[in-house]
Design a protein around this ligand. Structure first.
Ligand code: ZN
Ligand code: ZN
Ligand code: FE
Length: 765
């Protein structure tokens, strides 16, 4: 066949592991083009023997018809040498350069596969069924390019049938790397009191029976183990809590289907969309009706998800229960367990039965958590189904490693202009989590072929992520590689500046803005604990315009678990010694001496560092209203306070903008007065939220009057509060301000690393 011209097309983005090559193959055949397609670690390359107009048509078809889970970030094409080829071929993968393409997040099982489970003879009830459009991805990837040998499926030899399908371009499983069937793929095993069952049907019957009887079962999933039990059985749920030593945090539940869930929670359209998306996150919903009371413990939010593994679907066919508690298998703050042996060691005595499988989990991924605020999905924990999908920053961030915060840690790697956020790592104070952190950083540097030039961390001297940055740079700079390639530079970024920069880079903002960063705590550049910060900033620097007035935290770090301490601190500011004469419910439970001791600490300044934290203000109000005087988990007071807010309350209290910051002492006096008049805590809590929103608006107006700025960026963990976020955004928009909020990374410290990355990019360029 004589060919005059040929073109090479280079496609980048999320184009591996999502059925992209077969799609190209079919498209090329349809257009009767000869040539080839290849996966490289820097993307997919297509060569076609065609004229210019034909290539243009071909590319527009690629853009228009690409598979749903793929995401094209760029298509470059250029003329190339003609080859004498007949037909179109898929060439085996190449490890071409240091440039690397993206790794798909794990994808929930698709409808077609669920059908095949009922129809295809070799896949009847096969719980590891998958195709080019669904199944595990990131969790099984060891290396790139994404090919079976580089995944944890490498140890399973395809049978003749699977091989045939794998090589048949017209098959839905053409080049589906984790392809498997009853003959050749991974398997489940069920253990209960020394009994071992391998037969799938008997296994499902036994698991079903165990769950219906209220037993607790450990189940190996996509990214780690779950512990599960009947969510309507109070005794089981309470026992599960004891096993996990998870005092009071709400437990996530998996519901049989959307219809069932509708009985238990209010669902608007955006919530339904998130619940049924291929990412299948846990969605925080407004509770309608209780399952077992111990699932949420009086909070009005319910964390719910829908089945996403084939086995989940099989389970709900077997059992006659609306929902299962499905919580990560770990003890309090330890990392999610991924190995059969470890789950057995840790839970062998406590759990009634185990469902194991023999496909290793290479990358641990927790379930993701999202919440819909102002009709848009906001990540709270970004992990399975989301990581490691990159975020385009529009900045030159190549070679930057951002080490993140201390709690809810996520780190971030810069690759060209993309930020690759890690999955949720957790609280680095836990030793095992810290190990997981270091290993995952190593894994990401290798996987994404990044040679670090800059490592950036928080300013907090005691964060483990800060210390890691220091030792990482130190170690690297002693190597011969460093002598050859140059030293790694170490940078530090202020916590709240990083929060605002994180939200800015999600939206491609690179200019001066008004930043409101509200959270529990972050290290300030004056060495104090910040957390209610109003910044005038861009990515290069910030000016701290104002903040919540500094308030003593009697007992220092102890205040986090004991909100009543902050209540006493605020009351002392408002009433002095007169606070002893107040008749407040929450004080009834306290020993008078404890309160007196606290007051003397504040007065003398003993162990009472000051803070501008918004989280501590929430603590004070929650304790004052006797909603939460002692917190059993981080941010419990704030969550309980939000939980009792009402939609029909517009009133607010007095605050003052002073040269020392925003002063809420008048508000505290008004609240105490109302409490004594018998106004309900729900009304007061709502008025408190309104007051905080109004205070933010007042500051924004001041800044606007002085600077003319109109873009307002909101970040920090406090903005997971739906009531506050919606109220503030509404007020700002009414005032013609442009409001920017998180949609891709969490507003909490899980999004911090993205901001560190963006600021570091400006510091070095
Ligand atoms: Zn499928
Ligand atoms: Zn097979
Ligand atoms: Fe923070």
């Amino acid at each position: 066949m004589a060919v005059q011209s040929a073109y090479k097309i280079h496609i980048q983005g999320l184009v591996q592991g999502v059925g992209f090559r077969p799609f190209i193959y079919r498209l090329a055949n349809h257009h009767r083009l000869s040539g080839w397609v290849v996966n490289r670690n820097d993307g997919v390359v297509v060569k076609v023997m065609a004229g210019e107009q034909e290539v243009r048509d071909f590319i527009s078809r690629i853009r228009a018809q690409a598979p749903g889970t793929s995401r094209i970030t760029s298509i470059h094409w250029q003329e190339s040498e003609a080859e004498d080829l007949s037909g179109f071929q898929i060439v085996s993968s190449q490890d071409a350069s240091r440039g690397v393409t993206q790794i798909s997040p794990d994808i929930a099982v698709c409808e077609h596969c669920l059908e095949d489970m009922r129809r295809q003879p070799h896949r009847i009830n096969y719980p590891f069924i998958n195709c080019t459009h669904c199944g595990p991805r990131f969790s099984i990837v060891r290396d790139l390019p994404y090919d079976r040998v580089n995944t944890t499926m490498a140890g399973f030899n395809m049978c003749a049938r699977c091989k045939e399908e794998y090589h048949d371009v017209d098959d839905r499983r053409f080049h589906a790397q984790p392809i498997a069937c009853n003959q050749c793929g991974p398997r489940y095993e069920y253990y209960q009191q020394g009994r071992l069952i391998r037969d799938m049907q008997r296994m499902m019957e036994e698991v079903g029976k165990a769950l219906e009887k209220g037993r607790i079962v450990a189940l190996k999933g996509i990214g780690g183990f779950h512990l599960m039990c009947d969510a309507t059985n109070e005794k089981s749920v309470a026992r599960l809590r004891r096993i996990k030593r998870r005092d009071a945090r709400p437990l996530a539940c998996m519901f049989a289907d959307m219809e069932t869930l509708k009985h238990y929670a209010h669902l608007e359209e955006p919530e339904q969309k998130s619940l049924s998306s291929w990412r299948r996150p846990i969605v925080l919903l407004e509770k309608k009706k209780d399952l077992a009371p111990s699932v949420t413990l009086q909070l009005n939010t319910l964390g719910a998800m829908l089945p996403y593994m084939p086995l989940h679907h099989m389970l709900f066919q077997e059992i006659n229960l609306p929902a299962l508690v499905m919580t990560s298998a770990n003890i309090s703050d330890e990392p999610l367990i991924v190995q059969n042996q470890v789950v057995h060691e840790k839970f062998g005595d406590a759990v009634d039965a185990f469902v194991f499988h023999n496909r290793p989990i290479h990358n641990r991924v927790d379930d993701s958590v999202v919440r819909v605020i102002n009709e848009i999905e906001r990540p709270i924990r970004r992990s399975r189904g989301y990581a490691p999908e990159p975020i385009d920053t529009g900045l030159e961030v190549d070679g930057i490693l951002a080490t993140g915060g201390e709690l809810k840690n996520v780190f971030c790697l810069g690759k060209d202009q993309q930020a690759i956020m890690s999955q949720h790592i957790g609280d680095l104070q836990n030793h095992e989590v810290y190990e997981f952190y270091m290993n995952t950083i190593r894994q990401f540097l290798h996987l994404f072929r990044v040679e670090p030039r800059v490592v950036v961390s928080d300013m907090h001297p005691d964060y483990r992520s800060t210390r890691f940055a220091r030792s990482f740079a130190g170690q690297y700079n002693r190597t011969t590689k460093a002598r050859r390639n140059g030293h790694v530079q170490q940078l530090q970024v202020q916590h709240h500046h990083a929060h605002i920069a994180s939200c800015m880079s999600e939206h491609g903002l690179d200019e001066k803005v008004i930043g409101i960063a509200l959270d529990g705590s972050g290290y300030g550049d004056d060495g104090r604990v910040w957390g209610g910060e109003f910044l005038v900033c861009d990515l290069s620097g910030y000016e701290r315009y104002t903040h919540l007035q500094y308030t003593p935290m009697p007992g220092g770090d102890k205040v986090t678990g004991e909100p009543w301490r902050m209540a006493v601190s605020y009351l002392y500011q408002a009433y002095g010694e007169g606070l002893y004469d107040l008749d407040l419910d929450f004080m009834d439970d306290m020993a008078q001496e404890d309160i007196k001791l606290l007051v003397s600490m504040v007065r003398k300044g003993i162990r009472s560092p000051v803070t501008s934290s918004t989280g501590r203000l929430f603590d004070a109000v929650a304790a004052l209203l006797n909603v939460c005087t002692r917190a059993r988990f981080e941010a419990e007071a704030a969550m309980r306070l939000e939980s009792i807010t009402r939609e029909d309350e517009d009133a607010s209290y007095t605050f003052e903008l002073t040269p020392d910051g925003i002063r809420f002492v008048p508000m505290v006096r008004e609240m105490v007065g109302e409490l004594q008049d018998g106004v309900s805590p729900a009304v007061i809590a709502t008025r408190f939220h309104n007051t905080l929103a109004l205070a933010c608006v007042a500051v924004v107006r001041e800044i606007h009057d002085q600077t003319g700025l109109t873009k307002v960026v909101l970040s920090g963990g406090t903005f997971q509060n739906r009531y506050l976020s919606e109220a503030l955004e509404g007020m700002l928009k009414e005032g013609a301000f442009e409001v920017y909020r998180h949609t891709r990374v969490p507003a909490n410290d899980g999004g911090l690393a993205l901001g560190q990355l963006a600021i570091a990019s400006k510091m070095i360029h």
